[in-house]
Structures are given as structure tokens and as C-alpha cells.
Design a protein. Structure first.
Length: 263
């Protein structure tokens, strides 16, 4: 018997409850988070996202985040350290915590449903070739299965365009080919996945011109752009440059220019 998927609100409450149960939030901080008006508009999928949001909203001061893992019980220290480290990464930088959190969360949502199982399904439906599957598999985002979004082949296929495994013309050709095939020659699932993935990529392209962020009554529009994956060298090894990181750099740069010249 399959369980009913949780709503966005239930997912967020679960992540906050985990923080509270592991002493990363006090009773008062947890209550303040639950009462915050912004919570209803959020999908906080993981405890780290929930902790980053708590810091971005000033419920816990961002500078206090690194010490929060000391609150956890000894047997939970390792897990607490990982949560805190991920939350710190979401709100650390040269821009206000709320800006950095918004950027990090947008990048995280783009990877919801991008999983190895989804890639396997794309291979089984012949929507990706073996070489493309291997390349995509090496770029899969690290996710804790306990907190991961349900597998989504369509989201994963769209993600392959953002990471450079496919380009948009290749996805367009793939979608057109599946649409043109006779019904008896291709499953409806294959057609639906290709169409959904293309729609996602095209929607992202339309939205890349600007994203609105809000903070304390002020609305600011910043420029965003997407790019294919390139590589950088870290510790002597070539590693993929994830699109989310580039998005973050560009948005932070735009915010900095706004602060310097836009007031």
C-alpha cells in the first residue's frame, strides 16, 4: 500500500520538527518558526533548508548557526554537524542572509526529483543513451533518501539540459520524435516525460530574465541566467561547476550593484 505524498506544508513542518527534536531549535524558536507568516509559502524539504530559513528570517541569528550543533545530544552530534554545515552554506556570503537563502533554495528546488532511479527510468524508456546516462550519473546531486523528493523522470530529463548532458535542441528533437511516433510504437509515459521536460526547460528560459525577491516590505528584481556545466579544478581534480552556483554568483552580483547604485 502506497502512502499519500506529503503536502509542501507538511514537508516543511516535518523538517522543522526534526530540528526541534534534535535540539537545533529551542521550544521558543520552534514556536516562532511555526507562527511565521512566510512559512505557509515555503517548501522546506530538508532540515538544512529549514535551518537556513530560520536564519534567513532572523529567528536564529546567522552568525550563531555554527554553534548550534553543540545543542544536540552526543549520539546525534554527527548528523547535527552535517545539518548545520549545509545551513551555514546556504546563508554565508557577501549578501544579506535572506538573499543567499532565496538563491540556495531556488537552486535546490531545481534538483527535486533528480535521482538515480529517475535516470534508470529514462534509460529504460530510451530517452537517454548509455553514454548520456553515464555522464548524468556522475553529476547527480547528493541527496539524503530520507528527505529527498519523489523520483521525477521529467524533472531529471530537464536537469540534463541545465547540466550540459543534453542541449535544448537535442531535447526539442527528442520531444518531436516521440510525439511523431505512432501510439503503438511508443508508450504514453515516454511522450509525457519528453513533453513535460521540454516545457520545464522552456519555462525556465522565459523566467531567466528576472526573479523577484522580497524582504521586509521591499521588492527587488534581480537578473538570473542559466548555463551549461563547465569544470573547475579543486584539489587537483576537475569537478563540475553546478548551475546553481553560477546562478548564485550572478544574483549576488546583481544585488551588490543594486545596493551600490540602485538606492
Amino acid at each position: 500500500m502506497t502512502s499519500t505524498p506529503m503536502t509542501d506544508q507538511e514537508t516543511s513542518l516535518r523538517a522543522l520538527s526534526h530540528l526541534h527534536a534534535n535540539r537545533l531549535l529551542t521550544d521558543a524558536e520552534h514556536a516562532q518558526a511555526l507562527a511565521h507568516a512566510d512559512l505557509a509559502q515555503r517548501l522546506l524539504r530538508t532540515p538544512a533548508e529549514a535551518l537556513g530559513w530560520v536564519a534567513a528570517r532572523g529567528i536564529v541569528a546567522p552568525e550563531l548557526l555554527p554553534g548550534l550543533s553543540d545543542r544536540a545530544a552526543p549520539e546525534r552530534q554527527d548528523a547535527a554537524h552535517r545539518i548545520v554545515a549545509d545551513a551555514v552554506a546556504m546563508v554565508s556570503g557577501q549578501a544579506p542572509a535572506w538573499v543567499l537563502f532565496e538563491i540556495s533554495l531556488m537552486a535546490a528546488r531545481l534538483e527535486d526529483g533528480v535521482t538515480e532511479a529517475a535516470l534508470v527510468r529514462l534509460g529504460a524508456l530510451q530517452l537517454l543513451e548509455p553514454a548520456q546516462l553515464a555522464q548524468a550519473g556522475a553529476l547527480l546531486p547528493a541527496q539524503d533518501p530520507e528527505w529527498a523528493a519523489p523520483d521525477s523522470p521529467a524533472t531529471t530529463l530537464a536537469w540534463t539540459v541545465r547540466t550540459g548532458v543534453l542541449n535544448k535542441p537535442q531535447l526539442q528533437a527528442l520531444e518531436a520524435a516521440t510525439r511523431a511516433e505512432p501510439a503503438f510504437a511508443v508508450s504514453q509515459e515516454r511522450k509525457d516525460i519528453a513533453a513535460d521536460a521540454l516545457a520545464r526547460v522552456e519555462a525556465e528560459g522565459r523566467q531567466s530574465g528576472g526573479t523577484v525577491l522580497q524582504a521586509e516590505g521591499a521588492t527587488k528584481t534581480v537578473t538570473m541566467t542559466w548555463t551549461s556545466t563547465t569544470t573547475t579544478t579543486i584539489g587537483g581534480q576537475a569537478r563540475p561547476w553546478r548551475p546553481g552556483k553560477l546562478i548564485g554568483l550572478l544574483v549576488v552580483a546583481a544585488i551588490a550593484l543594486y545596493i551600490l547604485f540602485g538606492r
